[in-house]
Each structure stands twice: as C-alpha cells, then as structure tokens.
Design a protein around this ligand. Structure first.
Ligand code: SAM
Length: 266
C-alpha cells in the first residue's frame, strides 16, 4: 500500500511527522550507533525509521496498524536489517529480545503513552535508554518536582526508576494531521542501581496512588487506611504534609513502612 493513501486511524493516535528539521533533531538526540539494539514503537509511515536504519545494522519496529505494517514491508522490501513486528506494543514481552541494552524510541501514540511507559518499566533492567515524543503536558508531569502543580503519580513512579530529561518542544505544525497540543521529546534512562532501597514495588504503587487520590488531603488522611499517623511521624515525615510536598524518597520510606507492617501482620 502507498502510505499517501493511508486513512488516518484516530484510535491509534496517528499524527505523522513530516518536518525534516524536527526529524533530524530527534535522530541527533537519539544518536544511534551501528551496534545499538534499537526498537522503535509505532514507526507509522517511517519518518524516524528510515534515518534510524541508515545508522544501525539492525532495527526492530513494532506497529499495530496492519496497513502501515504492510506498507513498511513494501517500502523497505529487500531490507533484511528491518524487523517489522505487527503487534500491540502494550502486549509485547520485551524479554523476547535477546539483548539487555535495549534502546527504545518512538513518536508515541498519545492516547496510550502512559500505559506504554508503565509497561516498559517492567523491563527496565534490560533497557539502556528510551527517547520518546509525548504530549508536552505529559513530559512536564513526568519531569515535575515536588511543590509543582504537575507533580504526581507519573513523576514519582518514573523518577524512582529513571533519570528523566525533558529535551525540547515540538510544535503541532510538524505533524499531519495537526494535533491540538504541543509535543516534547523526553529521554528516560533507567537507573542501574536504585537511588533508594525499596522493599516492594506493589506497596510503592499503592502508597503513591493513594497519596494522590485526593491532592488536597493531608498524607495522614489520604493514607488513613494504610498507615497510622504515628508510623508516618516516626518515619520522619510530617503527617500534615500533602503528597505534592513529599519527595520521591519520602514515598519510598512510606511504602517500606507499609510493606513491613503488612509482613508483620501475617
Ligand atoms: N513514527 C511515526 C511518525 O513519527 O510519523 C508515527 C507516529 S504516530 C504518533 C504513532 C504510531 O504508533 C502510529 O503508526 C500508530 O499506528 C502506532 N501505534 C498506535 N498504537 C500502537 C500500539 N499499541 N502498538 C504499536 N504501535 C502503535
């Protein structure tokens, strides 16, 4: 299929990059090297795929849209170095790739960018870095610091596991069709060793989620069902604080208290 005739599928968050200056800037940011193990999520019509493929010896791409996957197969016909997987990246087992230094890139479909990030976090030990285009608002939320209005669950979960860097903004005119919002490039580098010792990932998820369930509540009230005020205080955290004023390390401390309490009550 000729990609010019492709009917845009909104449900797949399809906004295709056409601005060559922006495309080159993204490629320069990724800085692909010949032996890198790069996986592109959502290659679409190949805006990033072609320049990436000219730098590396092998490239994996994952595309959910069967027409676009077919068009890529036609357009890159004899190119054995391009491995096209026609599947949903959200269901893909990234352990199925041989290497442990994966570089994941993509202009991500905005409607599923958060679930994809959480899915990828499960494989963080095999991932060297991730460079993504996301809605600017999502990048701002991921990179926000405590005390900032945008600081929340996404900031804490991603900042615990990764170094996060907001790189540059991309205006709507760089895409077809034109989206309604600004986009931005973010680089996420999973930490080789966690910055703070966490006893249990599930407890961390619960504590972070509940702390932000109602932003205006104090930690004492938001976590009433999970932790006693006295335990919070003993851990060195003022229970009168709101979640938005706590650091990532405070959430780790609270999650560890909760986990130990659960174990001891068994
Ligand atoms: N990379 C292309 C570009 O920059 O022009 C296309 C980017 S477009 C924003 C997102 C792409 O992701 C589309 O090709 C879409 O079909 C694909 N996509 C959407 N959901 C997906 C999923 N769950 N798994 C894999 N690909 C997906």
């Amino acid at each position: 299929m000729n990609t010019d005739k492709h009917r845009v599928r909104k449900r797949f968050g399809q906004n295709f990059l056409h601005d060559q200056t922006v495309i080159q800037r993204i490629i320069d940011t990724i800085n692909p090297q010949e032996h890198d193990h790069i996986i592109e999520i959502g290659p679409g019509k190949g805006a990033l795929t072609s320049p990436l493929l000219s730098c590396v010896e092998k490239l994996n791409v994952i595309e959910i849209d069967k027409d676009l996957a077919a068009a890529l197969r036609t357009n890159f016909g004899d190119e054995k170095r391009l491995i096209i997987q026609e599947t949903d990246a959200l269901n893909l087992d990234f352990n199925s790739f041989d290497h442990t230094d994966l570089r994941i890139v993509g202009n991500l479909p905005y409607n599923i960018s958060t679930p994809i990030l959480f899915h990828l976090l499960k494989y963080r030990e095999r991932i060297k870095d991730m460079t993504f285009m996301l809605q600017k608002e999502v990048v701002d939320r991921i990179c926000a610091n405590s005390g900032n209005k945008q600081y929340g669950r996404l900031s804490i979960m991603l900042q615990y596991y990764c170094d996060v860097e907001s790189l540059f903004v991309v205006k709507p005119g760089a895409f077809t069709p034109i989206p309604k919002v600004d986009s931005a490039i973010i680089k996420l580098t999973p930490f080789q060793h966690p910055r703070y010792e966490l006893s249990d990932h599930e407890s961390f998820k619960i504590i972070v989620r509940e702390s932000f369930s109602q932003r205006r509540k104090t930690i004492r009230n938001a976590l009433r069902k999970y932790l006693d005020e006295s335990v919070i205080r003993k851990a060195g955290i003022a229970p009168e604080n709101r979640a938005e004023n706590l650091e990532v390390s405070d959430f780790v401390t609270l999650a560890n208290c909760y986990h130990h309490m659960k174990i001891n009550s068994l």
